[in-house]
Design a protein around this ligand. Structure first.
Ligand code: NAD
Length: 438
């Protein structure tokens, strides 16, 4: 098929490159000239394992095109995926202006039947606004369908998640759109749910909010464990073995971050409230998550007594391992809170330094390092904020020798307490009995 993609971000680029890899002819538009320039040279504008290799191969093979001009993709593609950003507004609701702009761009260039598919995460009923915007901006009467096909990929494993998804959700309002989208996904080996558009739109927000709720619940348990001497890792393991619960996303720590969960929970709260529904359940999830950061900094205070003037390493600035995405990064938020308290922060991330520097510029008290053990030199404590393999496998003996005082405050529960304290360090995990050397 001929497929168009608007927005070459984590979702759009992965979608386009994977469809190209599967043999479709793909046209990807982005409004950012630098991004399009890089992509034409076969360079991924962000770090996603395996994506650049696949991009290069698809470009060499032909059939993958990048453009700044949406009209080109509207002219060339039967199916057009909208993959632009839907960032949060100040009040938590989703900012849909990029979706509106993309809809207008499509309308102004629509000359023949097309399916316009929302892949971005959008509030339920957004398809109504897309359809209305296109209809109002059409230059001549043309038939079209709007459909929903929410994306569930995770950064760090985007290609795998796109190619081998747990499920594919398709929301349609016509037989024609249904048949074309089912044909597009016919070789995917997973359940496909075909439903109405509102249900499809809701599945995405409902799923992400549920995942956030699991993490918040694990964090609530962590607080109870800390007061009672129980171990949250054991408690969640015991829960997770129940098939009805499952062990995924039941991890206590510094809370969830990233470009999806925080914004999607907030957006879902707003959606419910606008419908007159009490969203107290998700408000509690959001509050518990935000409090994790303050609780984490309190833990640093417990370890260091006074934070002001102390050198503290923050290990991990990407919101999770396997990506350079720092949107809503817990590591950067911890760094900012420590800076507010007068600390000198030593920042390290194997992939995300460049993006992190745009949000938290280097300065007198904000020191970036390219090497893990350099970041640890002369620090009073180290905070573990992203469970990168390199950090999980840290040589604790080597670290202890370069740190001023060997104190680790772990927001990801990456180590076993008893083993780690035997190496002569102080260790502060979350929701687990602490291993102190005194
Ligand atoms: P992103 O910010 O990485 O990419 C969006 C891209 O769209 C940018 O490159 C931007 O320049 C481009 N763009 C914006 N308006 C445009 C226009 N009118 N024409 C052409 N290009 C335009 O965003 P993302 O992380 O890929 O997320 C996209 C959507 O997918 C969001 O709604 C997000 O919630 C959802 N989503 C994201 C993930 C994820 O892990 N990142 C997973 C599932 C769903």
């Amino acid at each position: 098929m001929k497929i168009g993609v608007i927005g070459a971000g984590y979702v759009g680029l992965t979608t386009g490159v994977c469809f190209s890899h599967l043999g479709h002819e793909v046209f990807i538009a982005d409004k950012d000239p630098d991004r399009i320039g890089l992509l034409r040279q076969g360079k991924a504008p962000f770090f996603e394992p395996g994506l650049e290799d696949m991009l290069k191969k698809c470009l060499e093979k032909g059939g993958l095109h990048f453009t700044l001009d949406t009209s080109e993709i509207v002219a060339a593609s039967e199916v057009i995926f909208i993959c632009v950003g839907t960032p949060p507004r100040e009040n938590g609701s989703a900012d849909l202006s990029q979706i509106e702009q993309a809809s207008r761009d499509i309308a102004e260039n629509l000359n023949a039947y097309r399916i316009i598919v929302e892949k971005s995460t959008v509030p339920v009923k957004t398809s109504y606004w897309i359809e209305r915007t296109i209809r109002l901006n059409l230059k001549k009467p043309v038939e079209f369908d709007v459909a929903s096909n929410p994306e569930f990929l995770r950064e760090g494993s985007a290609i795998h998640d796109f190619m081998q998804p747990d499920r594919i959700v398709i929301g349609v309002s016509s037989e024609r759109a249904r048949n074309i989208l089912l044909k597009l996904y016919e070789n995917f080996n997973c359940p496909i749910i075909v439903t109405d558009i509102a249900s499809a739109e809701l599945i995405k927000h409902a799923s992400n909010s549920f995942l956030a709720m699991k993490i918040a619940y694990a964090n609530l348990l962590a607080d109870i464990c800390e007061k009672t001497g129980a171990d949250v890792k054991v408690v969640t393991k015991g829960m997770g073995l129940d098939e009805r619960i499952g062990d995924k996303f039941l991890e206590a720590g510094i809370g969830y971050g990233g470009s999806c969960l925080p914004k999607d929970v907030k957006a879902f709260i707003r959606i419910g409230e606008e419908l007159g529904i009490s969203m107290d359940l998700l408000k509690a999830v959001d509050r518990i998550n935000e409090e994790r950061l303050l609780a984490f900094v309190d833990r640093v205070r417990q370890a260091l007594w006074n934070i002001s003037g102390k050198h503290v390493a923050v290990l991990g600035l990407a919101f999770k391992p396997g990506t350079d995405d720092v949107r809503e990064s817990p590591g950067l938020k911890v760094a900012k809170l420590l800076l507010d308290e007068g600390a000198i922060v030593h920042l390290y991330d194997p992939q995300a330094r460049e993006n992190a520097e745009k949000i938290l510029p280097p300065g007198e008290n904000t020191l970036y390092f390219d090497e893990l053990y350099k970041a640890l030199e002369h620090v009073d404590a180290a905070c573990i904020t992203t469970a990168w393999e390199e950090i999980v496998n840290l040589d604790v003996d080597k670290a202890r020798n370069v740190m001023r005082t060997p104190i680790f405050i772990d927001g990801r529960n990456i180590w076993e307490c008893e083993q780690i304290i035997q190496k002569g360090v102080e260790y502060y995990p979350v929701g687990r009995p602490r291993g102190r050397t005194y």
